[in-house]
Design a binder for this molecule. Sequence first.
Ligand code: IPT
Length: 875
Amino acid sequence: MYLRQLPAPAGGLPPRTPVASDAPTLDLSGMWRSRLLPTADGPTDFADPAFDDSGWELQAIPSHFGTPAYTNAAYPFPVDPPFVPDENPTADYRLTFDAPFTGEDAVLRFEGVDSCARVWLNGVELGVTFGSRLPHEFAVGKVLRANGNVLAVRVHTWSPGSYLEDQDMWWWPGIFREVVLIGRPMDVRVRAGYDHTTGLGSLTVEGVEGAEGAEIVSGPDLSRPVRPWTAETPHLYDVTVSDGRSTATLKVGFRTVSIEDSVLKVNGRRVLFRGVNRHEFHPDHGRVSSEELMRADLELMKRHNINAIRTSHYPPHPRFLELCDELGFWVIDECDFETHGFELVDWRGNPTDDPAWEGILVDRVTRMVKRDYNRPSVIMWSLGNEAGAGRNLAAMAAAIRDLDPTRPLHYERDRSYEQVDVHSRMYASLAEVEQIGKTTDKPFILCEYAHAMGNGPGGLSEYQELFEKYERCQGGFVWEWIDHGIRVGDHFAYGGDFGEPLHDGNFICDGLVFPDRTPSPGLIEYKKVIEPIRITPSGAGGFTVRNLYDFRSLDGLTLRLVCEVEGEAVHESEMPCPALAPGETAELALPQVSTPDGETWWTVHAGDIAWGHWQVKTGTRTAPKKVAKLDRLEGILLEPPRLDVWRAPIDNDTWGPKLAQRWRDLGLDRMRHRTVSRTGDVVTTRVGPAASDLALLATYEWSGIERGLRLDLTVRPEGRWPVPLPRLGLRFAVPPECQEIEWFGGGPGESYADSRRASRIGRYRSTVAAMQTPYVFPQENGARSDVRWAVLGDALRISAEEPFQLTVRPWSTEQLDAARHTSDLVAGDRIWVHVDIAQHGLGSASCGPGVLPEYELWPRPARFTLYLQALRTSA
Ligand code: IPT
């Protein structure tokens, strides 16, 4: 029985390289009849065309069935390969259809069924599929008829194939990609190379055995130079081919991938990956893709300067790669293969190293390579992810090289890299990256880095500097593109929300975009860090523009120059960007602008791609006039300013080395304040946690200023602190009417010590509600850095002697800390305001390095002067 054997597909056709030809096809997507069974061994009488399915539900295909369940590495069933539990939710499907064509060559193609399918047509069993994200085809010519065909499919949640599909994502079965009937399948492999020394393209086509005669009917004139394909210049040519029975017009990109002097090159030039790992995900449809969704993802990536995708951790919907060809992305196409859960049993029985699984693994890479062979965007094959090391990797690599010697191979988890062409690591520290950059004899990539879980990642720019410094450090792929939160009512659910007994919580939400694809602050920061045009001030009062693209000229771009004084634009002009070739730099002059007094900044934008921003004059801020102390803030300060060190831990505090637990163990979330002395307007307090003698001595000195109060705060730590502080600042509360916020400082979005490249000094207006970042798991968010002053509603003006970090929320830190889903957060009767001297950085410790030393917030003596002034004269 197929559920008790190794997961070898049975009964199907050998894999091919599909091309869309003029042969007829029928997409069988639509409403199918279905029923759910709790186990795998229900009766198969439903395969009989005469079976009465009128009592079954109607179900849209493609889709998932059953209840999603999330584990990262752990198998949610006993590690007992190839067996799976008797409890095995199974869906039976039936579709009755007429075929507009019949004929001996007809095939039935499944683009993706998770985790396996047993298939019948008109009562005849066709076979079984294994390889959820890989195509499977069956010859149906002998059973297909014009009218009243009955397709019956049984799909299991668990199968022996599940052992090979332990990716960090929802376990969620179903026929989640299209099922198509094809009249005359065409199998043509195209090889289109580019010789950068001559500018000439080369083109060969290779037909499938039996229809050997595949030939080019028409295509570009190859005696003349072609426009090569690159991710930055995705030129495609129409090439029409025929195999004697059918004709197909293919989109062909001419490009050659090579490794020279341990550097990965395309068309003779080093490429730098500004990448992301992309899973297929939609908050309502799981891994069911649509053309609009795929295109939307790619367009969003383009707008954020992303140029590379690792299809973590399986071949994506085939249409996705065609869109990558069209829009221009470097793609690492990864096989549907991960056995991470064997790590938890010390890799005993890992299929990667068991000869019995060799043929099955070779079948998987063969299906991938054949399916995606014709895609110019695919410049590397990856054997899989997190499957340990073992002898079968060699067989997989050999099989790929045999089919396709034109693309390098990638696999990260065999640290000998013997079978592959690139050196790859995940979550390596800066020191490791630098060391590898200096010593490796292969091109080096970070196939995963900068774990984008919750608020973060911090420290992106330090990696980018290394990628630009070492020729062999060819960039990386942020983990990952999207939070896999599933929409439930008014919030997004994560692991454990579906009753899973074993789960990994919100570790499934670690993307640069929220589940609904709203960019997170992490994506905005990434866009800035990887911008392919660099604009910096130059000594002579002008600026420098540098083209960091690998292939594209800056010809045709417009520079927009803006000068702002105290956040008000005093000059705006445009100029054409010099037509710089890749790697070139130009020095440009700034226009002569006479500016009024005040803090002055220039911003130069290159289209929507990049910007530079620098200060040319500091402001002179006059401290508010001292007056006799009168409390003008009654009714405005609902809670007076008080020293505060706690933040609702971010995922990077909570996961990994669990800094948040050390904070809680120490009691930083429950500090007690004791008044030590009070002399006139000077109050000294000792702020410390129960059960500890560690403390911060805080002295508040109050004095009167026009319409308000001046507070001079001094902080002195006592004792030897074993951990950095989450934050150091003041918090107070104002009335809920203070919804409108205006500030002069960093913005428009949130920023933190090690994630503030995307923050620009300016004057911004927002609202308390809009200043909250809805991380799927609630946590510290929303801070604006380098703030000079802020106005809350029409009530209060905040300023200080030094720039500060400002956070405003309609709930308290304690409420944020207690919340588990965004829907737990309900606006209260006051707005909480944090004015911080500093906050601990973000880092990437949920999976990877923590906060860099320069962004840690160790307790230290501090001084801070705050001014609070009423705006309403009546107050
Ligand atoms: C790494 C996995 O490859 C990826 O799928 C994801 O789980 C990521 O971690 C964390 O979100 S593996 C890890 C052990 C480095």
